[in-house]
Write a protein that binds this ligand. Structure first.
Ligand code: RUQ
Ligand code: CUA
Length: 650
């Protein structure tokens, strides 16, 4: 108790100290600048913002509230997720199909919310899978993954999945250059033989469906990050590169030789025009396109067989290189579209390029040589300014919409606030520890909501109670509404968040889906009335058409199943009430349980291997009689001639 009191007092002292340097507009004493008050969302109250944090090696996307830092949901994207049965149910397995077969994992880095006129429109969120290159689209009404497209001719799909200002394209640049097309060749012949692809995937404005429109085949550099132009620079896309040395081994040394690498500036409007007029070369390819249909509750895979490639040299005036020191990582464009910021991770300063100067240099044809035929602009001609930060290892920059930028420094573990145009540093605050990305809601749009910045750290160490050799990564929330930043909260995240995307709660909350309407259920195995329940044998495949409602399954007794059968339980949840899913699991199944939303149909496969009477039950505590929500399946020997029988309440 005493210790507790002491703690409160010393916390108070820290808060008073922390607020000393700040102008306290309405200073009602120490509490008015209380960090605790700023993040406190009282029980029953709701957060101001949604934050979507990439899950990195979890393959998922997690949903948080700001400023509370409360986690609302984990959305499975590139992973099998037993909590919901995603990737285990028959309906969702096709989502994880690739040209390499079923790939139930990926490394997800950069979520980006769809935009209209450069502002967040809250329809979808996209995220990349690095390892087996893919892009996913997630509905922001159902919060479910609806589509995944594989990206051919790509490797380590990292400069992805960023969106142009009317969601015309979601872009995917390759991190690793590879032979295109892939072939058996010596690794040490990398130089000038490997290529880097930059893929422009169009997004259908009505349904969001993705289609690989064209792929630019670039020199064999590493394309690290990217951002779209906006406002005046709309129509351009910018990609940071490293390993312009084209080293194929010991990159930590060999890819750090050049004093400057490049930001590639791509005029995608020009290339789009070229392609629309029949330009480009069709190349055979093989990649998966997986689409989940909300009315059939089912995903299907189409293997695509062709990709349209574009040689940048065939479209003069479309691609330029902007020299940028020193192995730049982040590539960020400010809300006006005027400044392109390259964060040289081996440099202390930030390089800011000017879009206007770039256009003038292009028009004046003032080049500083070329790389594989692509003109290199002169560094001084495109430079807007440099932020002499004194920090170390700059990675990523976000904007508050009030003329300020915020850059993370990995090595010196800090967020630095600086002014666009004057390049002066305004404030710096430590982050705990080794910060990667940061996020301001709407930060990648024309209209950021500059109230909070979330810094996502790579190393946690002593921030939380230890949990063995590995800790969940930490994130920090800073209040950026004033001149100086104020650290107000610290919370653990899941997986390894890289980038994140945020938006005001009122953009999503009112249209968040509550139920799937049963009368709109077009699943071929749906049971829209319990009287439609049945069990059908087709050889050794058995289809159970089952329905659920609080608190029973129809049917709940099944006999006539035999060892060696493949039993498909197609379960329709008849609830039409918000937040009442039912679960399904059966003893010995080799998949996970299912969680079936109100009005939805999902399928679990069971291949019984042992004779007996095996129970199934609902896994979600749905009602007072949830424990009664169960049933039995009798399994007879393979050669038995037991007839199929099913019933409820007999
Ligand atoms: S990364 S921490 Cu975006 Cu994958 Cu920079
Ligand atoms: Cu249904 Cu528990």
């Amino acid at each position: 108790m005493k210790i507790y009191k002491k703690l409160i007092m010393s916390m108070g002292a820290v808060l008073v100290l922390a607020s000393c340097g700040q102008q306290n507009q309405n200073s009602n004493g120490a509490l008015s600048s209380s960090a605790a008050e700023k993040v406190y969302v009282a029980p029953g109250e709701q957060d101001e913002y949604y934050a979507f944090l990439s899950g990195g090696y979890s393959g998922n996307l997690t949903v948080y509230g700001l400023p509370s830092g409360r986690m609302f949901k984990e959305i499975p994207v590139f992973s099998q997720f037993p909590t919901s049965g995603y990737g285990y149910s028959e309906e969702t397995k096709p989502m994880l199909t690739t040209s390499h077969g079923f790939v139930p994992w990926d490394d997800a880095h950069h979520p980006d919310i769809s935009q209209t006129n450069g502002e967040l429109d809250g329809r979808w969120i996209f995220i990349n899978g690095n390892n087996t290159p893919r892009i996913a689209r997630i509905s922001l009404s159902t919060f479910e993954t609806e589509e995944i497209i594989e990206v051919p001719n790509s490797a380590g799909n990292h400069s992805s999945s960023f969106i142009t200002e009317n969601t015309e394209y979601v872009v995917a640049g390759t991190r690793f250059s590879v032979p295109i097309p892939q072939r058996d060749m010596p690794i040490n012949e990398y130089k000038s033989n490997f290529k880097g692809s930059l893929s422009f995937i169009s997004v259908d404005p009505e349904h969001g469906h993705m289609d690989l429109k064209f792929q630019l085949l670039m020199p064999g550099f590493n394309y690290d990050l990217s951002h779209p132009g906006r406002g005046k620079s709309h129509g351009w896309f910018f990609f940071t590169t490293y390993n312009t040395e084209e080293a194929h081994t010991l990159q930590e040394v060999n890819a750090s030789q050049n004093d400057k690498d490049f930001i590639a500036a791509v005029n995608w409007k020009k290339i789009e025009e070229y392609v629309n007029n029949g330009g480009g070369t069709k190349m055979p390819a093989n990649y998966a396109h997986n689409v989940y249909d909300e009315s059939t509750h089912m995903a299907t895979t189409t293997m695509k067989k062709e990709v349209l490639t574009v040689d940048p040299l065939k479209v003069p005036g479309a691609v330029f290189f902007l020299p940028t020191p020193k192995s730049p990582h982040g590539c960020d464009v400010d809300p006006t579209g005027q400044y392109i910021i390259g964060n040289g991770k081996l440099s202390a300063d930030l390089t800011v390029h000017s879009f206007d100067k770039m256009i003038a240099a292009i028009e004046g044809e003032k080049f500083d040589g070329e790389a594989y035929g692509i003109p290199i602009l002169k560094f001084e001609d495109v430079l807007a300014g440099q932020v002499k930060s004194g920090g170390l290892g700059p990675l990523h920059t976000e904007f508050d919409g009030k003329g300020n930028a915020y850059t993370t420094f990995f090595i010196s573990s800090e967020v630095v606030k600086w002014k666009l145009g004057t390049w002066e540093v305004i404030d710096r605050k430590p982050t705990y520890y080794s910060v990667g990305h940061l996020m301001i809601p709407g930060g990648n749009s024309r209209k950021p909501f500059g109230k909070y910045v979330v810094a996502m750290n790579k190393i946690t160490k002593d921030r939380y109670l230890p949990t063995g050799p590995e800790m969940e990564h930490s994130a920090q929330i800073y209040d950026i509404s004033g001149e100086k930043m104020e650290l107000i909260y610290d919370f653990p995240t899941h997986g390894e968040p890289h980038y994140a995307a945020g938006c005001p709660a009122e953009l999503l909350a009112p249209k968040s889906k509550k139920i799937y309407r049963l009368d709109e259920n077009k699943h071929p195995y749906a049971v829209t009335s319990p009287t439609g329940s049945k069990v059908v044998r087709e050889g050794n495949e058995v289809h159970v058409y089952m329905s659920t409602i609080r608190s029973h399954f129809t049917p709940d007794n099944i006999e006539g199943i035999k060892v060696g059968d493949k039993v498909y339980f197609h379960i329709t949840n008849h609830e039409q009430d918000f937040d009442v899913p039912h679960g399904f699991s059966i003893l010995g199944q080799n998949t996970s349980e299912l969680l079936i939303m109100p009005g939805q149909t999902k399928t679990s496969v069971w291949e019984p291997k042992q004779v007996g009477v095996w129970p199934f039950y609902c896994t979600d505590f749905c009602s007072a009689l949830h424990q009664e929500m169960q049933g039995y399946v009798r399994v007879s020997p393979a050669n038995s001639n037991m007839e199929l029988k099913w019933s409820l309440g007999e």
